[in-house]
Ligand binder design. Structure first.
Ligand code: AMP
Ligand code: DBH
Length: 545
């Protein structure tokens, strides 16, 4: 078993097997089965390239041979940072075949995040594009590799320069040395948005993740005629699994990859390929709503538009159906496990006003107060959950797990919710120290620690501020030391430290002292109030001009 992985207690694992949640399937096995059942059907379309199920199966074997020749073996960790390209699928299925574990970095991560993933997981390889979105990932890899002895291989799609070329790795399928991969094995490490310091790593097994794919495919109506357009980064858990790219492949459908999420990129692809379902975060849904009236693309194939990752306002939600002539599905999920969906045949009121209900009858949820006591029905409290696809611990994080899970193994989501009379969840807020910037999660403490490294910063506290478009943006309150630095300087300082761009504070406010709670802690609530009042005043002043 993988060291640093917390498995389910035996009684629960037995239950999930007995009830048929965990059927013993593996990712390698599923692809083999689909290739046998309907090898000629298209699995993935990216740019001009189509890959059938049989071709994906064969390419995964060939690449697995090359990876084995590099010495990569079962349970080795491999950090993958690829955009929405066909190679992503070949790489992950090749790794599944040899039992090595992908660690899913996002294209927006920089040296701060990648360095940490490589070091913390003791990754033996890091797989990147040459360039993407105007950024040269080879430069990033050089910096990371120079600080990390265990990172033996950097593998590049495109121009590899001094590194290993991915294209050069494909061997002959009969050279593959078979690895025994069990369904109870960890399949990969997914990332959490984090709330204390750095992102935590989330070990997901074949059994639990495939169960979530099977249910998701069913609930989202995925079948062999489904065409899923992936517009968000495919490494993100929403795009990967709810039902996402992997749920679509599980159901035998076709995945179409959009290089980016803008209407200019995505709308023509919906028309060209007849996409039936896609998934967006709220700010993107707003952008698409703005664009749809002024463009002439034929979007009539679209049956389902999913929105999730952050709270979608009821007003915007109400506009989706009429504007796109399709069903809206709200999705409230987390890489740690639990996913809630509104169902396709739910009433419009439930779809517009709630974030759905748990997908599995074996999901256990509790809404509790500060003492972990259940609140009265309909009241707001913190959401705790346990179930057949929710982890029982983060990877190699025993101390953090003590706090993040209850004694009886419920995950503390940090989300404030209420449950309505139909059993549907409404997300009401958050009690974790995190900013949700339009679906991109920022752990306040991580950014605060970086700011504290600046010589002119005495203390720093990051809070969310309301934003019409992103829902929230980040505001850093800084107590200066010596002279007051420029906001611009501090932002550049964070960039230079290799922080992903979305984590750079949108605004910096200088302050003499922090407001405190009665217990003497920094009151983030009061800081949020200060910045939101200030923004309101400005808004009123502009209106009065
Ligand atoms: P992570 O744990 O990083 O995968 O992020 C999951 C978190 O995103 C959840 O715990 C929520 O805080 C937030 N989230 C995801 N979907 C929604 C949604 N539909 N509405 C509100 N918050 C959401
Ligand atoms: O935000 C998320 O992490 C998320 C949202 C919707 C998720 O992991 C998911 C669905 O599976």
């Amino acid at each position: 078993m993988l060291e640093g992985f917390t498995s389910w207690p035996k009684d629960l694992a037995d239950l999930y097997r007995k009830e048929g949640c965990w059927k013993g399937e593996t990712f390698g096995g599923i692809l083999r089965d689909r290739a046998k059942e309907h090898g000629d059907r298209i699995a993935i379309t990216g740019g001009e390239r189509n890959l059938t199920y049989a071709e994906l199966d064969d390419r995964a074997d060939r690449l697995a041979v090359g990876l084995q020749k590099l010495g990569i073996k079962k349970n080795d960790r491999v950090v993958i940072q690829l955009p929405n390209v066909v190679e992503f699928f070949e790489v992950i299925f090749a790794l599944f075949r040899i039992g090595a574990l992908p660690v899913y970095a996002l294209p927006s991560h920089r040296s701060n995040e990648i360095g940490y993933f490589c070091e913390f997981t003791e990754a033996v390889a890091y797989i990147i594009p040459d360039k993407h979105g105007g950024f040269d990932y080879r430069t990033l890899a050089r910096g990371v590799q120079s600080k990390n002895d265990s990172l033996l291989n950097v593998i590049v799609t495109g121009d590899a320069e001094e590194f290993t070329s991915l294209e050069g790795l494909y061997g002959e399928p009969d050279e593959l040395v078979e690895t025994i991969v069990q369904s109870s094995d960890v399949a990969f490490l997914q990332l959490s948005g984090g709330s204390t310091g750095l992102s935590k790593l989330i070990p997901r097994t074949h059994d639990d993740y495939i169960y979530s794919l099977r249910l998701s495919a069913e609930i989202c109506g995925i079948n062999q005629d489904s065409i899923y357009l992936a517009v968000l980064p495919i490494a993100h858990n929403f795009t990967m699994s709810s039902p996402g790219i992997l749920g679509t492949l599980y159901g035998g459908g076709q995945v179409v990859l959009s290089p980016g999420p803008s209407p200019d990129e995505a709308f023509p692809l919906i028309e060209k390929h007849g996409a039936t379902i896609t998934a967006l975060v709220p700010p993107l849904a707003l952008r698409w709503l703005e664009a749809v009236s002024s463009r002439n693309d034929d979007l009539s194939s679209l049956q389902v538009m999913q929105v999730g990752g952050a709270k979608f306002s009821a007003e915007a939600a109400r506009r989706v159906g009429p504007a796109f002539q399709c069903k809206l599905q709200q999705v409230f999920g987390m890489a740690e496990g639990l996913v809630n969906y509104t169902r396709l045949d739910d009433s419009n009121e439930l779809i517009v006003n709630t974030q759905g209900s748990p997908m599995s009858e074996f999901d256990e949820i509790r809404v509790v107060d500060e003492e972990d006591k259940e609140v009265a029905p309909g009241e707001v409290g913190t959401l705790l959950t346990r179930g057949p696809y929710t982890i029982c611990g983060y990877y190699k994080a025993p101390e953090h797990n003590e706090k993040a899970f209850t004694k009886d193994g419920f995950y503390r989501t940090g989300d404030l919710v209420s449950i309505n009379s139909s059993g549907y969840l409404v997300v009401e807020g958050r009690d974790k120290d995190q900013i949700n910037r339009g679906g991109e999660k920022i752990a306040a403490e991580e950014v605060e620690n970086h700011l504290l490294a600046h010589e002119a910063v005495h203390d720093a506290a990051i809070v969310s501020m309301p934003d019409e478009y992103l829902g929230e943006r980040s505001c850093a309150f800084v107590i200066p030391r010596g002279g007051t630095p420029k906001a611009r300087e501090l932002k550049q300082f964070l960039k230079d430290r290799g922080l992903a761009t979305f984590k750079i504070p949108d605004r910096v406010e200088f302050i003499e002292t922090f407001p405190k709670t009665p217990l003497g802690k920094v009151s983030k609530k009061a800081l949020r109030q200060i910045i939101s009042d200030k923004l309101n005043e400005r808004k009123i002043a502009t209106l009065l001009k």
